[in-house]
Design a protein around this ligand. Structure first.
Ligand SMILES: C[S@@+](CC[C@H](N)C(=O)[O-])C[C@H]1O[C@@H](n2cnc3c(N)ncnc32)[C@H](O)[C@@H]1O
Length: 343
């Protein structure tokens, strides 16, 4: 990249960061929701949202020049084709991820201390930032499951939906607030689902789904046992953050029926940095990995695989855990792939 192009690249990077902060402001003040109700002047929008016009006008300046809103010289418009990525109960809404990102600023002093002294930032340190900003991790995936779990994810493995329809014993490992099971248990009433997570707080929330064919338990995946074994074990975005991923993968292998399937959804990158250059999602994922996955694992003395552990490393670890057939399949989301693993 030429010098002047690099300066422009850095300016764009700063702009993205500033707009991320201001979009969070728009979410928390209700400005985005108010603007989605239709075109308005700055005074009209301020009145609609119950806010101070001078602040709203400056914020709108950033939204227009930042390519989020349009402006005709009098009224500001939040186009519906943009609003769907920042508002609403759909998988297209990127606001939960955006809020998670700005929440990380709260832990940076601790992260910098860990750079110098070693160790990491414990998961408990994130609670106040993630929760007060309304960016609980489960929110990002809730809509993805609703829209893509049955057809997009499960549909990628031939025969899986038929097996679930007939009735299978299923474990969702690192189930979080139970959003995947909530969708699957309703879609496949003949199957029985168990959700396992080490965090008692999320299991309490998962139990609120009140599903007749699902139960939720607090437990450590590194101590998983099953009698009788499971027909299907799923793990959605829950393996690379494990403190002892090698142990967990071996436990999963041991808890599956001989004709069972381990269905692991994880990030879709290479284990080799040079192969990730040019991937538009890579820098963001390395950054999130540093600010959450890697440091929370190091805080526990864990393996710190990071979110970009990559398909090569994952395939190697699955083989070491005993899986003899591993297929890496495309998922409905470019940032994830599916590992269909058979004992
Ligand atoms: C990124 S979240 C994904 C949650 C969920 N699958 C979803 O899609 O919303 C990873 C989850 O793994 C859980 N987890 C981490 N280590 C675990 C362990 N050793 N045993 C069980 N769960 C664990 C965390 O508590 C967290 O809820």
């Amino acid at each position: 990249m030429e010098e002047k192009d690099f300066a422009a690249h850095l300016t764009a990077t700063m702009t993205g960061s500033a707009l991320t902060m201001l979009l969070g402001v728009g979410h928390r003040t209700g400005l985005l929701a108010a603007a989605a109700r239709g075109p308005a002047t700055s005074a009209g929008l301020a009145e609609r949202a119950g806010l101070e016009e001078r602040y709203v006008r400056e914020w709108l300046g950033a939204m227009v020049t930042g390519g989020i809103f349009t402006y005709d010289g009098r009224e500001y418009t939040f186009p519906p084709e943009h609003a769907k990525f920042l508002l609403g109960e759909t998988a297209s809404n990127l606001m939960p991820s955006l809020l998670t990102l700005s929440a990380f600023t709260g832990i940076l002093p601790e992260l910098e201390r860990a750079f110098a002294e070693g160790g990491g930032v414990p998961r408990s340190a994130y609670g106040p930032y993630l929760e007060t900003l309304g960016a609980k991790t489960g929110d990002s995936w809730k809509h993805i499951y609703r829209e893509h779990l049955v057809d997009g994810f499960f549909g990628a493995v031939p025969g899986l939906r038929d097996r679930l329809t007939a009735g299978a014993r299923v474990l969702d490992l690192g189930c979080g607030t139970g959003n995947a099971i909530a969708v699957a248990a309703r879609a496949f009433p003949a199957s029985r689902f168990t959700g396992l997570d080490i965090n008692a707080g999320v299991i309490e929330q998962a139990r609120e789904h009140r599903l007749p064919n699902a139960e939720f338990a607090v437990g450590d995946a590194a101590e998983l046992t099953a009698d009788p074994p499971y027909d299907l074990i799923t793990a959605f975005d829950a393996v690379h953050d494990q403190d002892r991923p090698d142990v967990v993968l071996r436990r999963i292998h041991g808890a599956l029926a001989p004709d069972g399937l381990f269905f692991m959804v994880d990030t879709n990158f290479s284990s080799h940095l040079e192969k990730n250059v040019g991937n538009p999602l890579a820098a963001l994922t390395y950054s999130i990995s540093l600010m959450y996955c890697t440091t929370t694992s190091l805080a526990e003395g864990g393996a710190a695989l990071g979110a970009v552990w990559g398909t090569e490393k994952a395939s190697e670890m699955l083989a070491d855990a005993g899986f003899r057939h591993v297929e890496v399949l495309e998922s409905p989301r470019p940032q994830n792939c599916i590992y269909a693993c058979r004992p």
